[in-house]
Write a protein that binds this ligand. Structure first.
Ligand code: DUC
Ligand code: ZN
Ligand code: ZN
Ligand code: ZN
Length: 489
């Protein structure tokens, strides 16, 4: 048989193993794993010599906002900066092969299916990675709840995100219960943004009354307890709906993580996500001169150095199921739709309450986390790829390297020490954003090749993005896999 692609001399890392295997690919699938070097002479259209570099399942980033209106900021014309084209281009240059981003239910839009149709129009033919949608639900009206069945069975959408904050999005507890009930009936996973919106609005008013408008006060308006309280409440609401599984997204606060851990230890199906901003940024980054701190305004806000350590520990001990980017970019120099929309003569340091919440990070997620070397290699693959596939109904087609079963979605890193120390600059990234919050941060490795269903899409030394847009396909997703014997579902 002639293979389409063979990868030889690499060290394969999955969520369970580190082993020197060669890999053969045919018709977009991994078809064979064999001892290292044994396929070096195989008949193949292309052979990549991975020379002692790590070969892993491609990154799966299931938390990104592309071409989304910033409905969470009152009166805002803001729109997340990246399109499906530029967002997935950036993703693939950072080692990702699948992303799941949001189909937002617009203001006044009753139907979730209409939101899905709109989002398909934005994405179709434009993507460099395979992709799926979560619906972002701001109005749990009866029609929308009824649509869960069609979403799951016909559209291949098996997750919904809801908010406990932002005036335009925030659901009351009774509405959350209705979502959880319908989600349970249709095996849809509910992602919860857990911050107490009423409290943070009140604190914001207090800060403004004291003349505190600068970006750093974003952090004061969202103290950790507000995240811990909402996390606790979400867990309680899940327990009322027969312990229906929920995923607490973008957890930043160790006390919220502890509450999650307690629920997990009690056997509740509570899953959690954290993001690079809670591992690599701190609240001090919001206190840069002038308005620069706005570049790191996201919600929840970055915390302290010791909180970062606790979040790393939570990744290592499986409190966190996934490490996602929460790529939600807004341009900095954009007075219409970007971070500077609230800077004017009256408010020269802006008004933090109107700074669009979110930062870019889809391309830097894997290089930053890999270079930090704080997780075992298998753990790194688990939280950045395999668990995302399991949670969101993509496994084992995605997130694994099982011959005959898994798509040939791979990321190949440079051999250790080959690349040296590189400094992240915005000019090397592929998003459509005018800054990165990680400017100047040093990393020791970067994805050398990203391979989507057997096609090289990113070749760092051979032209960068080497595929046309449109190679990425929509993936219909199924139910969440069973993920832990501890958690009774
Ligand atoms: N939540 C997100 O998930 N992304 C950006 C803004 C927010 O609050
Ligand atoms: Zn409505
Ligand atoms: Zn959120
Ligand atoms: Zn998000």
């Amino acid at each position: 048989m002639e293979y389409d692609l063979v990868i030889t001399n690499g060290v394969c890392v999955t969520a369970s193993d580190v082993a020197a295997w060669d890999i053969a690919i045919k018709d977009e699938k991994i078809v064979l794993q064999a001892p290292s070097g044994s396929l070096a002479e195989a008949k193949a259209k292309r052979i990549i010599d991975a020379q002692g570099g790590y070969v892993m399942p491609g990154g799966i980033d299931c938390h990104a906002h592309l071409d989304e209106p910033a409905i969470f900021i009152k009166g805002s014309n803001g729109r997340s900066a990246d399109s499906w084209e530029t967002g997935t281009r950036s993703a693939v240059a950072g080692g990702n092969t699948t992303i799941v981003a949001f189909a937002p239910q617009g203001k006044g839009q009753h139907s979730l299916l209409a939101a899905v149709e709109t989002t398909h129009k934005l994405a179709t033919g434009n993507c460099y990675t395979d992709y799926g949608f979560h619906v972002l639900m701001s109005d749990p009206n009866p029609q929308a709840l009824d649509e869960f069945k069609t979403l799951k069975e016909k559209e291949g959408i098996s997750s919904v995100k809801i908010y406990m904050t932002y005036t335009a999005l925030q659901l009351r507890d009774d509405q959350i219960l209705s979502v959880l009930l319908n989600a349970r009936q249709n095996e849809i996973l509910t992602m919860v943004h857990a911050e107490n919106g009423d409290v943070l609005n009140w604190l914001t008013d207090q800060l403004e009354a004291q003349g505190k408008f600068a970006p750093k006060y974003h952090s004061n308006s969202r103290p950790p307890v507000l995240e811990a309280e909402a996390t606790n409440r979400a867990i309680a609401l899940s327990s009322l709906i027969a312990n229906t599984p929920i995923l607490l997204v973008h957890i930043s606060d160790p006390s919220a993580a502890n509450r999650i851990r307690i629920a997990q230890n009690a056997g509740q199906p509570i899953f959690a996500e954290t993001c690079p901003q809670y591992l690599f940024l701190t609240r001090d980054d919001l206190d840069k001169p002038g308005f620069e701190g706005a570049k790191c305004v996201c919600s929840p806000p970055p915390r302290t150095k010791s909180d970062q350590d606790a979040i790393w520990t939570g990744l290592a001990n499986s409190t966190f199921t996934v490490l996602s980017s929460d790529h939600c970019p807004f341009k900095y120099e954009d007075k219409e739709a970007g971070k500077q929309c609230c800077v004017n003569d009256e408010y020269p340091v802006g008004r933090f309450r109107y700074i669009p919440n979110g930062i870019p990070g889809i391309e830097t997620r894997l290089p930053l986390a890999f270079s930090a070397a704080r997780l075992a290699l298998t753990k790194f693959v688990e939280v950045s790829s395999t668990n995302a596939a399991k949670l969101y109904g993509l496994y084992p087609r995605k997130g694994a390297m099982i011959p005959g079963v898994s798509d040939a979605d791979l990321v190949i890193w440079y051999p250790q020490d080959k690349l040296g120390d590189i400094s992240i600059t915005n000019s090397m990234l592929h998003h459509d954003v005018d800054y990165t919050p990680y400017e100047g941060k040093r990393v020791q490795n970067w994805p050398r090749y990203t391979i989507l269903r057997g096609n090289v899409v990113w070749d760092r030394d051979g032209g960068g993005i080497v595929s046309e847009k449109g190679v990425g396909q929509f993936v219909k997703r199924g139910s969440k896999a069973r993920m832990s014997s501890m958690q009774c579902e």
